[in-house]
Design a protein around this ligand. Sequence first.
Ligand code: NAD
Length: 495
Amino acid sequence: MQAESKRRSPKMPEPTLYSALLIDGQLVAGEGLVEAIINPASGEVLTRIAEASLEQVESAVQAAHRAFAGWSRTTPAQRATALLAIADAIEQNAEQLARLESLNCGKPLHLARQDDIPATADVFRFFAGAVRCQQGQLAGEYVPGHTSMVRRDPVGVVASIAPWNYPLMMAAWKIAPALAAGNTLIFKPSEHTPLSILALAPALAQILPAGVLNILCGGGEGVGSQLVGHPRVRMVSLTGDIVTGQKILQSAARTLKRTHLELGGKAPVIVCNDADLDAVIQGIRTHGYYNAGQDCTAACRIYAQAGIHDRLVAELGDAVASLRFARKKDADNEIGPLISARQRDRVASFVERALGQPHIERVTGAAVHSGAGFYYQPTLLAGCKQGDEIVQREVFGPVVTVTRFDQLSQAVDWANDSEYGLASSVWTQNLDKAMQVAGRLQYGCTWINTHFMLASEMPHGGLKRSGYGKDLSSDSLQDYSVVRHIMARHGLQLD
Ligand code: NAD
């Protein structure tokens, strides 16, 4: 307890704000546009960072290209050693990284410490192990007189482009499997949230050979699109918006690059009459609003069966209204602000349009918070219909809708009637029902009586316009590698 209260001491020095990019093993200042980095909890400028120039993008790609020959020939054990060292560096700098994540995203510091940083280190540890125990097809004589075997080899230079909602964790999801599989990388954090990965860059420069991992700051239309268009980049991995995914696909088509797209989500939550209501309320209060709803798996689209609907709306409304945010003491906060004034205004306009519909009822929230920072009140809207914009489109904010249903088959149809296909959940105490619904939902993940939980060992990724390709798990190692067939003719016949 004592150590805990010491960590929360307001006298603790502010973390150092690093601003150097990592190119070819060197920490260098950006030479492009200078961008202000804002603390969304206060709206204040934290620092200003110069983005990579066109020449620096070129240098980073050439460095990754040169480094590929060496890194791709390292053994899985050598790559695992590097990944474990990165995990150690994250843990050794956990407090600094958590504070930067909190400052740059506005998220409560205790949550960054408890959730983001350990999960990030775990991803590196998982891939260090996974790359050493991959399995595959048997070698053998599939054509008489010839032995065939299958190899998995790295793709080449990968450009990885990340969003702002979990900056360091998204970096880990992208960097760890790509490096483990033997690729070299250029990583671009979101222009809003570069601070934590830049703070880790000096350690990364010490651990990895020059050029294996390059970190470039910059906007999507500038540095991002230069990377996507570069002929030496063989694969682009994006976590971001659907529109960004579409632009990247169009550009990548010109050079026929591999793509790995983790795009948006609008997770349906089917609540049956026989669900444990307390668990539902607790689950949605936490997992619908975690990270202020800026999560592609957020439990944001509830379908509640008629027999439980009214109690759910009433109890969830009270629970959501009790969510704590924008308080002085960090430990008192459960959620933070939106990432920017623009994102907050986008959320507000979604809610405004929804409340313009006579059938939609405001249960709680639905207003911009009046204090400093980009906060929006946790919001619950009831009476929503399947065709409503607020039910169909990703809001990416602390807004949850409730739609009533009678027949379970109707709820499954509505849940699937979406352009998104990332995550979903079903809540019932009847396992038969749960398994049948889970089997029919067209989503990359379906949780039963929970929502939002991830494990490094399990694949995460979408269907439909939520994209394709898996993050986490050994499936991700496959995405960052190519299958090759090696066939040897037998020159000598023994008998
Ligand atoms: P965004 O698409 O605006 O930006 C994501 C990244 O793409 C940023 O680094 C940005 O600079 C870059 N980018 C933008 N335009 C580009 C272009 N033309 N070429 C190359 N790069 C470009 O997304 P965001 O606002 O940072 O994040 C929110 C979105 O991310 C939401 O839609 C959310 O659902 C999605 N997301 C998905 C997952 C998932 O696992 N599926 C996880 C987190 C976030």
